[in-house]
Ligand binder design. Structure first.
Ligand code: PAF
Length: 267
């Protein structure tokens, strides 16, 4: 496949079903580059068996219109057969990919790293843009770029939220009206926890207690919590020591799986 690159391409990799989070990345890239490329590809390699590959929201026509209005020059929307002509070589980032999302979704990050590496080679961007909402994805890609000496800058943008705090996600379309009204509790719980942790230096036991209590609150509000933890911003291991950290959470509401996070400096 020929390279789509030019001297100064800003690149936004996506799986489509655009929302304001995607469009913010595109507009940012537009301000900084001669040319902006967006890829739209629902990558089968990053979906596990029984996950939502078939039902993942798709609306290419609308996506093309929105991207054009955001100033995008090139849309790259290959088919799976074009991108994967045979069983692919895989890119596997060690350790960090086995935690949290990687534990719940085995193989997910091999699919992400592989497709992002392929897209980087095809598009040859100067800078690629991602949203912090997928914090583990950002750190996996940062590690891949560093380990493989890829000459690509990375720009991670803050999560864009609904007015009630719910992080924008293409998967929010799956929420029933009842689940949609409960969903903002996830961000509210993270914000409350974050202000407690930022407020004063707590012992490990008190941090653990606050995490346990928040998990219990979420469960009593109908969330099936996969994980809620305080991790460092490097290898995403659990941390209780001062420095840059993030609260990360994944929980199911009905059949919809939501993830969110809040970065903070632990005193
Ligand atoms: O975040 C996404 O939409 C996808 O994981 C990505 C980075 C486009 C790879 O398929």
């Amino acid at each position: 496949m020929a390279s789509l690159g030019g001297p100064d391409v800003g690149f936004v990799p996506t799986m489509g079903a655009f929302h304001e989070g995607h469009l913010t990345l595109m507009r940012n890239a537009r301000q900084r580059h001669e040319s902006v490329c967006v890829s739209l590809f629902v990558n089968p390699l990053q979906f596990g068996r029984g996950e939502d590959l078939e039902m993942y929201p798709r609306n290419e026509e609308r996506d093309f219109e929105l991207a054009t209005a955001a100033g995008v020059d090139t849309m790259f929307a290959p088919s799976a057969a074009e991108l994967y002509t045979r069983e692919s070589t895989l890119v596997r980032v060690p350790d960090i990919t086995e935690l949290w999302e990687g534990e719940v979704r085995p193989g997910h990050f091999d699919g992400v790293a592989t497709v992002v590496a392929k897209l980087f080679n095809i598009v040859r961007p100067r800078i690629a843009y991602f949203g912090w909402k997928d914090i583990q994805q950002c750190l996996v890609i940062r590690r891949m770029v560093s380990d493989l000496n890829m000459q690509i800058g990375l720009d991670f943008h803050d999560t864009v939220r609904e007015s009630d705090g719910l992080a924008l996600s293409s998967r929010n379309a799956y929420l029933t009206p009842n689940d949609r009204s409960a969903a903002p509790l996830l961000h509210r719980a993270l914000s409350r926890l974050s202000s407690i942790l930022r407020g004063s230096q707590l012992t490990q036991e008190l941090i653990d207690l606050n995490l346990t209590q928040t998990k219990a609150d979420l469960r009593s509000n109908g969330f099936d919590v996969d994980y809620l933890e305080l991790v460092n911003l490097d290898d995403m291991k659990k941390t209780r020591t001062a420095g840059p950290a993030a609260l990360i959470v994944a929980a199911r509401l009905g059949t919809t799986r939501l993830i969110d996070n809040e970065r903070l400096d632990l005193p």
